[in-house]
Design a protein around this ligand. Structure first.
Ligand SMILES: Cc1cc2nc3c(=O)[nH]c(=O)nc-3n(C[C@H](O)[C@H](O)[C@H](O)COP(=O)(O)O)c2cc1C
Ligand SMILES: C=C(O[C@@H]1CC(C(=O)O)=C[C@@H](OP(=O)(O)O)[C@H]1O)C(=O)O
Length: 388
């Protein structure tokens, strides 16, 4: 399975084409819309989310509720486009108008300056429109299709927020998948620790009041993953590597870790490796999951546990210094609207990109033409691994 996404933040719409989905997978627009809605809610977002009401339109690859095996095309309208039609006009506009609308002041922490230098854009809007995290709406739509596939194969995906602005959740070990799902959904910061959630909201409010922004840490957990997705045989087949890349591709993500992650540097080996046990009923298993479900770039049958750190939103109401690319004068940026924290939304996006990589690994390993055959092959393979 592969996909492309296209679309500018304030253009008419976002588009994606997914190629390589199996035929016969039951899929509905509601499956995707409910994931899009999850990405839109979350404490700390700015004015744009009040304008957008993300809904998907499927224009190819689906018939009578089943995928056809042909490319699936997804479209999400940008409601805000109507307010930007002249700014985003595809046809030539007068020099006077162009000058008036030109963005020449790069925002620190954004793609603006480097993108302008790299592509030779004197109007930095030509960079910021595509570098915007608006694109992540489509990544969630693709993740929603992937989640439908995973769910139909009894693989579940959930996510939650571990930390915002230095406030950390204190959580019991070995949380059940259903707990993560239910409790994160019930919280507008997607945090399972109700006390920390209150402090997180306070820290977001404080940052907002001070014209500042905050980042945080999100965690994705995938349960009932079969053994042996990905491969140790070649560097680019390692599934943890593919997931790390997907996580790092989310706007503002600065780091990724699996299982104990960076703590592995400080812990003795006996607290990092997961001892192997065997029983007649389940076959091989681990009593712990310090390695987050991966050995040798392959899933080992334990839940995949991956975390990503998001930097604070770069656009601040308390302006940062930058340089106008036309006049070379120093200025302090003025901001019209921005999110002050998008960590809860990022947790939903992280869930989507991880689901996409796991779905892709399954499609690489098993029959990817027909969903029925894929399901049968996976079931036989699960039995094989149990009996190994
Ligand atoms: C869901 C989400 C919403 C975001 N909202 C904003 C925003 O409102 N303002 C902003 O300056 N950056 C926002 N960002 C972050 C920028 O898109 C990102 O920092 C920028 O494109 C530069 O990319 P980099 O941080 O990956 O280097 C958001 C990111 C995500 C994931
Ligand atoms: C549109 C989305 O996020 C946007 C991501 C974003 C950025 O610079 O990344 C800036 C903001 O957009 P605007 O500049 O139009 O206010 C966010 O609202 C979205 O998540 O759907």
């Amino acid at each position: 399975m592969r996909f492309l996404t296209a679309g500018e933040s304030h253009g008419p719409e976002l588009t994606a084409i997914i190629e390589g989905l199996p035929a016969g997978l039951p899929l509905s627009i509601d499956d995707i819309d409910k994931e899009l809605a999850r990405r839109q809610v979350g404490y700390g977002r700015g004015g744009r989310m009040l304008i957008e009401k993300d809904r998907v339109k499927i224009t190819s690859g689906l018939r009578h509720g089943l995928t056809l095996g042909s490319p699936l095309t997804l479209v999400i309208e940008n409601k805000d486009w109507k307010n930007w039609q002249s700014v985003m006009s595809q046809t030539e506009i007068s020099e006077k108008e162009k000058k008036k609308r030109k963005v020449t002041r790069p925002r620190p922490g954004h793609a603006d300056l480097v993108g302008g230098i790299k592509y030779g854009h004197q109007d930095l809007r030509n960079v910021l429109e595509r570098s915007s995290a608006r694109e992540t709406a489509m990544r969630v739509a693709i993740g929603a299709v992937s989640k439908v596939l995973l769910q139909a194969l009894d693989i579940s995906v959930a996510s939650h927020v571990l930390e915002i602005g230095g406030v950390r959740a204190t959580l019991p070990k070995n949380l059940a998948m259903s707990q993560i799902k239910d409790q994160s959904e019930a919280s507008d910061v997607r945090c399972l620790d109700a006390v920390a959630a209150i402090k997180m909201r306070e820290i977001i409010d404080l940052a907002k009041k001070e014209g500042n922004t905050v980042g945080g840490v999100v965690e994705v957990v995938v349960g009932d993953v079969p053994v042996g997705l990905g491969s140790y045989t070649h560097w680019d087949q390692k599934l943890d590597g593919k997931i790390a890349k997907a996580m790092m591709s989310i706007n503002a993500f600065k780091g990724v870790e699996f299982g104990v992650g960076f703590d592995a540097a400080r812990l003795p080996g006996s607290e990092v490796m997961d001892e192997i046990t065997w029983s007649d009923l389940v076959g091989y298993r681990r009593e712990s999951n310090h390695l987050g479900g991966f050995e040798g770039g392959m899933t080992n049958g334990m839940p995949v546990v991956v975390r990503g750190v998001m930097k604070p939103i770069p656009t601040l109401y308390k302006p940062l210094a930058s340089v106008d690319i036309e006049t070379k004068e120093t200025y302090k940026a003025s901001v019209e609207r921005s999110d002050s924290c998008a960590v809860p939304a990022a947790s939903v996006i992280a869930e989507a990109v991880v689901a996409t990589e796991i779905a892709n690994a399954l499609l690489n390993k098993f029959d990817s033409d027909s969903f029925g055959r894929l399901k049968k092959e996976l079931s036989e393979y699960r039995e094989y691994t149990r009996q190994f």
